[in-house]
Design a protein around this ligand. Structure first.
Ligand SMILES: C[S@@+](CC[C@H](N)C(=O)[O-])C[C@H]1O[C@@H](n2cnc3c(N)ncnc32)[C@H](O)[C@@H]1O
Length: 255
């Protein structure tokens, strides 16, 4: 049975479900750009401690402990992307190889690692060292033919993005990506009216950035609480968090 969208507006469909239950039912070859931010699987249980005056927790929640079929997700990404389509997949910078291999196995072209250098790093959590300024992922394509891709006119994609993370206060324990960051990715690797897919959208920064840039959007997320936050972000703009993102963006460098 087809799963009903939890939220719809012109060009936007948002599903509260597991990607495994939604993506196979979508028509193949219809997506221009995928931005995926799957669980990194780095949480440790009972890891609260105080460091430099901050209380830290290296347990992001149940969603980061449960099994996640990254290989299966890439099989669907390959099926859904148009030839010439592009993808970004965030992941733990120590283990980008896992993403690279899963993409390769699915017949996709993992092009280059990217890094998000945070200009407001918090003291390191899990490993208790002072370096905690980067996240990253892999940027790739449907195949290795760079003639076909829809990069921003005159632009190219730099593999280091620089700017602030959302403040701890605004995160409320959620691993949220700032809107400014995903907006840059979408701007540089898709065009007006292109279809953008986020298969585990969390609190929805990709949905919001893509919609505001005039892209069509399909999003899937299985956590009902996060889906509600994302829908509110689309409907009302989540003023508080968006304001924080705008401030963060002022400290961001152009890529
Ligand atoms: C790293 S978080 C994404 C955060 C998001 N980019 C944001 O900025 O809020 C990973 C998300 O994957 C979701 N998730 C895990 N397994 C899933 C599945 N099988 N289908 C859909 N979403 C899933 C989790 O609930 C979690 O919200």
């Amino acid at each position: 049975m087809a799963i009903r969208a939890a939220y719809k507006e012109k060009g936007i469909k948002v599903y509260e479900a597991r990607w495994e239950d939604v993506l196979p039912g979508l028509r193949g070859g219809t997506v221009d750009l995928v931005i995926a931010d799957p669980p990194y699987k780095i949480s440790k249980r009972r890891s609260r401690f105080v460091q430099c005056g901050y209380e830290r927790d290296h347990d992001f929640g149940e969603w980061d402990h449960e099994p996640f079929d990254l290989s299966g997700l890439f099989v669907q990404i390959k099926r859904l992307l148009k030839p010439g389509g592009l993808w970004w997949c965030f992941y733990d910078i120590w283990r980008l190889d896992i993403v690279r291999q899963a993409a390769r196995d699915a017949g996709l072209h993992p092009w280059v690692p990217f890094f998000w250098h945070k200009t407001n790093p918090s003291p390191a959590f899990g490993f208790r060292h002072p370096l905690n300024a980067a996240e990253g992922g892999v940027f790739g394509a449907w195949d290795g033919n760079d003639k076909a891709y829809r990069f921003a006119p005159g632009g190219y994609i730099h593999n280091v993005l620089v700017g602030a993370a959302c403040s701890e206060k605004k995160l409320n324990g959620r691993a949220r990506k700032p809107v400014w960051l995903v907006r840059k990715m979408i701007e540089t690797s898709s065009g007006e009216n292109d279809k953008v897919l986020d298969p585990c959208f969390g609190t929805g920064p990709v949905l919001k950035a893509a919609r505001d840039l005039g892209r069509r959007v399909v999003g899937v997320e299985r956590d009902p609480g996060k889906v509600q936050v994302a829908i509110r972000r689309l409907e009302e703009g989540n003023e508080d968090e968006d304001e924080q993102d705008t401030q963060d963006e002022q400290g961001a460098l152009e890529i």
